[in-house]
Design a protein around this ligand. Structure first.
Ligand code: DXP
Ligand SMILES: NCC(=O)COP(=O)(O)O
Length: 237
């Protein structure tokens, strides 16, 4: 089974556009779970332009499924994650000025850093995942830093899907196979949507979880949040 974790960053973006508390991020997380989401993902950034650090503490009180906190493991991010102790922390090497995540880790170059951070988080009982491009050498590097899982960065897959989906999926299928051989769990995310999700799921061995935010929240404008979550869950059956 592949779990759907809904990334609610965009809900916070909407709230922050006007100040105030509409939409209420905590209520949306509860509703996503009520409508079938099997996890809630947030990606706090240093400037708190989407999810704020306080949101993360508030969400910890109410999330009953799997809470996944993504982000660049800066000292502030690590302090937050260690205090909140989510089920999963996904480490992402995004620069503070990046509009969104735009690359996976170089797991070889950052081997020592990642090994230390992952050990610290695992000692607190937090499952670790690291964001990587679909590159078998990077997956091998991920196994060496002893992460529990990897999250394949699916932007390239999503942007090439409509041109040639067989070619778009090929490096991902190889990376997934390598992860399985090395005993790494497999997540995937970024720009997944109702068009490209099912083909990804059907072509990656042992895909444990997808985290989806941008497209899902956009779809919810047209279909409503409950219907949209059900539509995404259907793609993962
Ligand atoms: C890690 C990742 O792939 C991201 O997609 C990210 O978590 C999305 O965050 P934003 O919605 O804030 O761009
Ligand atoms: N880890 C990916 C994620 O949480 C959501 O990415 P996107 O669907 O907003 O591109």
């Amino acid at each position: 089974m592949t779990k759907l974790s809904v990334n609610i960053n965009k809900i916070a973006t909407l709230r922050n556009a006007r100040g105030g508390d509409r939409p209420n991020v905590v209520q949306v997380a509860k509703d996503c779970e009520r409508f079938g989401a099997q996890g809630i993902t947030v990606h706090p950034r240093p400037d708190e332009r989407h999810i704020r650090f306080q949101d993360v503490y508030d969400l910890k009180q109410i999330v009953t499924t799997e809470f996944n906190i993504e982000g660049n493991p800066t000292p502030d991010f690590l302090k937050l994650v260690k205090a909140v102790k989510p089920e999963q922390a996904t480490l992402v090497p995004d620069a503070p000025d990046a509009i969104t995540s735009n690359a996976g880790w170089d797991t070889i170059r950052h081997k020592d850093f990642l090994t230390d951070v992952i050990l610290e988080l695992k000692e607190l009982g937090i499952r670790t995942s690291i964001f990587v491009d679909p590159d078998e050498a990077m997956v091998e590097g991920a196994a060496l830093v002893k992460t529990d899982r990897i999250e394949l960065y699916t932007e390239a897959y999503a942007s090439h899907y409509h041109q040639n989906r067989e070619a778009a999926i090929a490096p991902y299928a190889r990376a997934a196979q390598k992860a399985q051989e090395l005993g790494l769990g497999l997540n995937a995310g970024h720009d997944l949507d109702l068009d490209n999700l099912q083909y990804l799921k059907n072509n990656l061995v042992s895909l444990e979880e997808v985290s989806i935010g941008h497209a899902l929240i956009c779809d919810a404008l047209y279909f409503g949040l409950e219907n949209t979550i059900q539509l995404y869950l259907r793609q993962l059956k």
